[in-house]
Design a protein. Structure first.
Lengths: 337, 337
């Protein structure tokens, strides 16, 4: 029987993946759950079965056909080699191998063609980049993107359960004791620039990912990206304000026509009532939402767009599952009913 | 004796102005407080005196030398005419008259020279625009701004006490009942695009203000501005992610040299610890903070900058008070000790 593993099953993305897998069309497979020593022996429900969590080790991948890695790049860097030795196909949600030439970086709606029967490791992109790409890739095909200026509004879910708990705890504190001042990375009614390390050009890792991954996914190394990544006190779903300059001119009607037909993308806008997509609207949605499509007031060939997507779904677990479905279809069509 | 009035004394900006006035160097003046009928007869403390709030009417300005209008543009549009008839000099924090050619739009550090002895009405700019201008005006003088792409992270204080209460109430609700889904302008761990009306170009009023006011304040009608204005669940202090293209080239060293010398601006950045300005850092600060000054990775002559300023202080009450100090100095130097 086909064997699937989730590495990092107790994390926010791993757990969401388990839930998606449960409701998916995939059947007739064995599921193995791996996590760190501290979760060993715990059980998680899956389609009326209880599955015991095992501690991840070098031998975990024997007999596993497909493994999802959702435990961060340190774990991916350490353990994916053992999965490779065991001939396990890996879908890695971390940034560990995204920049390698022979590792496809896949959003299935955009570049499923980069997965071949020989592919043994597939990277799922950074959540913010994925959400940014969704309403843009068909526009890129038609008008070709020259430059993107993006500012992000990233939710706590992007930092896992730990960051969600920090947001809840510090918000409660701020409500109870509004006069106490907290500096630094305080999250109660406060926001801060993405805390990943800065490169010599003073771009944070998160921002640098948006540059590199956009180019790789859209297969256009000339796209210019300026990004500012910010963590806002929102629970789940990332938002992006983007100003997109194209090489070719467009009308707003053409933009709507294309975005409306773009798979897994939905326009949510109600100009008379000034109602546009919010993180709550996107929470739980498989679609990426976009709003307030408008021409830049001064610069030709340039579009302003507001994009919101569920960080845990299309930004992470859902995209990984979609990749798995492609891989499994290639490996054995029969598994998909 | 010189007479000063605050119209909208019970509002967030009016109240903050009262507190600033209390601590200011201004002395030997009478203070009158005006508000709507529902606050009539209430008393507010000012320098050990109690001042009774009067209901605003057409006759309120008799004998008033200087009036601050902090009650929104509807009140300004209705009552500033009576102040004019009474020869009261008006400092208006609303947007009502900002676009008139003969009304100076003033940030004292930038364009105090536009106030003359004949000026009877001075507008204080939109809070977001003021905060954006502060670290940029000296750079504009040196390198000349060609284009600004800005995304804002605006605090609840920008919508007054009502919006702060909405944020607190809906956040408490969201903590107590996390599974209840609210759409629309829900503010508990959620954000939304600025709710002001959209013009035919699909720019909200708030965004349109940033375009018009930037040009007026910097006295350069060729500056291009693309803006997306967003309300985030932060209590006070607005943040802006801005990408600024200049006409002339610069080095980062030159930028630092100029920004460090810019009055009322402070650079808050600690690259090794990834600590940059947050809304809490800016809360209560008279200075506008800026962080992460960096060259755009691809576009020449372009700067990325993160700006945070107290919406209630430099964004509103403090700027109005600074304007008043200029006016009063012109009228009677003796008032300023």
């Amino acid at each position: 029987m086909f064997s699937i593993a989730i590495v990092g099953a107790t994390g926010l993305v791993g757990h969401k993946l388990l839930k998606l897998l449960e409701k998916s069309k995939l059947k007739d497979f064995q599921l193995h759950l791996f996590a760190s020593a501290k979760s060993k022996g715990q059980k998680m429900n899956f389609r009326k079965n209880e599955i015991e969590i095992k501690e991840l080790n070098e031998k975990s991948f024997e007999g596993i056909d497909l493994a999802f890695f959702c435990a961060g790049s340190t774990i991916s860097k350490k353990f994916i080699q053992y999965a490779k030795e065991a001939k396990t196909t890996v879908i890695d949600s971390s940034s560990a191998f995204r920049c390698l030439d022979d590792v496809p970086l896949v959003i299935p709606e955009i570049n499923a063609h980069t997965i071949t029967e020989k592919t043994s490791l597939i990277a799922s992109p950074n959540c913010t980049t994925t959400i940014l790409m969704m309403p843009l890739f068909e526009l890129h095909r038609k008008f070709r993107i020259r430059r993107i200026v993006a500012a992000t509004y990233q939710a706590a879910s992007g930092g896992g359960i730990k960051l969600i708990n920090k947001l809840l705890k510090e918000t409660k504190e701020a409500i109870q004791n509004p006069n106490k001042i907290h500096h630094g990375f305080y999250y109660g009614f406060n926001l801060y620039l993405h805390e990943t390390a800065q490169n010599p050009f003073r771009y944070s890792e998160e921002e640098a990912k948006m540059i590199f991954e956009t180019r790789k996914i859209l297969e256009d190394s000339e796209i210019l990206v300026s990004a500012t990544c910010v963590r806002v006190p929102v629970l789940r779903a990332h938002s992006i304000a983007a100003n997109i300059e194209f090489h070719n001119d467009f009308t707003l009607e053409e933009i709507y026509e294309i975005v409306k037909k773009t798979p897994s993308v939905r326009i949510l806008e109600d100009f008379p009532n000034r109602r546009f997509a919010t993180p709550i609207d996107a929470t739980g949605s498989f679609d990426t939402l976009c709003s307030r499509l408008r021409k830049d007031p001064f610069q030709p060939r340039t579009l302003d767009i507001w994009i919101v997507g569920d960080q845990l779904l299309k930004g992470a677990a859902l995209n990984a599952l979609q990749i798995a479905e492609i891989v499994i279809n290639q490996k054995r069509g029969a598994l998909c009913s």
